[in-house]
Design a protein around this ligand. Structure first.
Ligand SMILES: Nc1nc2c(ncn2[C@@H]2O[C@H](COP(=O)(O)OP(=O)(O)OP(=O)(O)O)[C@@H](O)[C@H]2O)c(=O)[nH]1
Ligand SMILES: [Mg+2]
Length: 339
């Protein structure tokens, strides 16, 4: 790793998808430069991921031998709970410990990364002079496979670029927290007092994905109640109750004042040791790789299905169904067989 390391590059460029894909890409050179920590090369590789560039196949092959080092932390929670503030505080604490950090701020609801995370970007500017931090906003851009497809590949880029820790921040809406949990070694779920969050989180099944629970805004009234709610919800059972299971600790933070963040990192470290000792780390990583393969295969299938639409083969099958010569199930089997 060179001395200039990584640097902040917030947000994705405004170039429309597809346009960059047509420019010649010298993949080996790009990967070498990214591994040397050149921020522009890292940015370019993540853009190729976002754009679902045809050269990604080559990129993935070149990155593969250099991945598997980074610790991936997922950070999720309701809108406004303090995810970005916490991320900023975590980045600072990790940097004090000399660790190289990559941050992916993933917006599952936005088709474009331009603007959606502007507030985050402004706040993250404080790291702008730090070459050991790389920050990037990502959006699904509506491409095939969406975030489940793009995020792990972006994590691989940051991993290969020498990040010790990759933080993936995403708002907990719909399926996104489940996706993030399947991506991360350790998932932090943030809740805040006064948002009915302890109970809400339990209802929404968010507790199930948490490895570390963080009650942020502990400077506000109701923090004790929120901790009690969470303890109660935990006592009701779930995947954390078996013998030898990891029982998610509950940490209090005031992220805005960076209070309690060191303790969160201690718990993350304790979880990492548990993952290693229990064999869960290997299991999670294998599961993650399986999901990644699945997402890529599904995207490929959808693409081929797209080519089938309007084709003569499909028209012939449709005619056969209309004529009663076959049924839609058998026709679909035939179609799948042709893919
Ligand atoms: N009182 C108090 N306010 C906080 C604390 N942490 C964050 N905030 C404030 O809460 C607001 C939301 O914080 P963000 O970090 O933007 O929250 P977020 O979860 O990233 O929000 P979205 O990305 O919009 O979902 C900001 O005004 C923060 O200053 C805290 O510990 N105590
Ligand atoms: Mg945020």
């Amino acid at each position: 790793m060179t001395s200039d390391g990584l640097a902040v590059r917030t947000g994705a460029p405004a170039t429309p998808p597809g346009r960059r894909g047509r420019r010649h890409v010298d993949v080996p050179d790009l990967v070498t430069r990214a591994r040397d920590g050149e921020p522009r090369a890292v940015a370019r590789l993540i853009s190729l991921v976002e754009d679902a560039s045809p050269v990604l196949r080559e990129v993935a092959a070149a990155l593969a031998p250099h991945t598997g080092h980074a610790q991936v932390l997922g950070l999720t929670g309701s809108p406004g709970v303090g995810k970005s503030t916490t991320t900023t505080a975590l980045v600072r604490a990790l940097r004090r410990g000399g660790r190289r950090v990559g941050v992916l701020a993933v917006d599952p609801s936005s088709p474009f990364s331009g603007g959606a995370l502007l507030g985050d970007r402004v706040r993250m500017q404080e790291h702008a002079g730090d070459r050991g931090v790389y920050i990037r906003s990502m959006a699904s851009r509506g491409h095939l496979g969406g975030l489940a497809w793009a995020t792990p590949q972006a994590v691989r880029v940051l991993d290969a670029a020498g990040c010790d820790v990759v933080l993936v921040e995403t708002v907990g809406v719909g399926q996104s927290e489940l996706e993030i949990a399947s991506l991360a070694d350790t998932t932090l779920v943030l809740v805040a007092p006064g948002m009915g969050d302890g109970i809400q989180a339990a209802k929404a099944g968010i507790l199930e994905v948490a490895d570390v629970l963080v009650v942020n805004k502990a400077d506000r009234d109701g923090a004790d109640q929120t901790v009690r709610d969470l303890r109660y919800a935990q006592s009701l059972g779930g995947r954390h109750t078996g013998p030898g299971a990891w029982r998610p600790p509950i940490c209090r933070t005031v992220a805005a004042r960076e209070e309690g963040v060191d303790r969160v990192l201690e718990q993350v470290e304790a979880h990492r040791r548990w993952l290693e000792a229990s064999g869960e780390e290997a299991r999670r990583r294998a599961e993650r790789a399986a999901r990644e393969i699945e997402a890529i295969a599904l995207a490929g299938l959808r693409e081929r299905m797209g080519e089938v639409r309007g084709s003569a083969a499909l028209a012939a099958l449709a005619d056969a169904v209309v004529a009663g010569e076959t049924d839609p199930y058998r026709a679909a089997d035939r179609l799948l067989g042709q893919l």
